[in-house]
Design a protein around this ligand. Structure first.
Ligand code: SF4
Length: 198
């Protein structure tokens, strides 16, 4: 069993926050353990809570379409969430719950070591850039401590607000070029800065 699989087993046993009392199944994450791209959403919804897998409902279907638009399948990337258990009534995760779950996501990132972290939605963006707003920074890559971050709207946003669909699709189409540019960036400690491409 891989270190990531063991970590996911540990996550499944977690009781660190109130959400443990409400969940049906824990949703640690899924995908390629050596993925270049790590997508981080907000929290499991009803479908995910039933199946124990991330992004399996309507938003997940849209995410698969988005991945397909850049020639990828979900098994080519890793998909996780800021919190691993479904908040009751699909409410937003509370700051204390996000904080309690922080260690799990940090350990996943440390094991996967993705080349790019794609934050999906507001909570995922805030996890790394608490002062930024998604409306301002979506579609604009940023490098921090040697990791490339790319904020996008959450795919579910397109389901609630159809006008965002094209924006999300356009942001996804930029990813291959950003990754290619990131390969040319110098290694080493890197200050928080925007890349020049977009
Ligand atoms: S949300 Fe995270 S911290 Fe809370 S019980 Fe689930 S796995 Fe543990």
């Amino acid at each position: 069993m891989s270190a990531l699989a063991r970590l996911c087993d540990d996550i499944r046993a977690c009781q660190e926050c109130e959400l443990a009392r409400h969940r049906n199944r824990v949703v640690p994450g899924a995908g390629a353990e050596d993925a270049d791209l790590l997508f981080i959403g907000e929290a499991p919804g009803w479908h995910e809570d039933q199946q124990g897998r991330p992004f399996v409902g309507p938003a997940g279907q849209f995410l698969e379409q988005l991945l397909s638009s850049i020639g990828l399948r979900r098994d080519d990337v890793y998909i996780a969430n800021v919190v691993k258990c479904r908040p009751p009534e699909n409410r937003e995760p509370l700051p204390a719950e996000i904080e309690a779950c922080r260690m799990w996501l940090d350990r996943q990132v440390a094991l996967i070591r993705p080349r790019m972290i794609v934050t999906l939605g507001r909570h995922s963006l805030s996890r790394y850039f608490p002062t930024e707003t998604i409306g301002k920074v979506h579609g604009r890559p940023r490098q921090l401590d040697g990791v490339l971050y790319y904020p996008m709207y959450h795919p579910a946003a397109a389901l609630h607000q159809g006008s965002l669909r094209q924006t999300i699709e356009a942001d996804m189409l930029k990813i291959p070029e950003i990754l290619a540019q990131g390969r040319e960036e110098p290694p080493g400690p890197i200050e928080d800065r925007q890349l020049s491409l977009f």
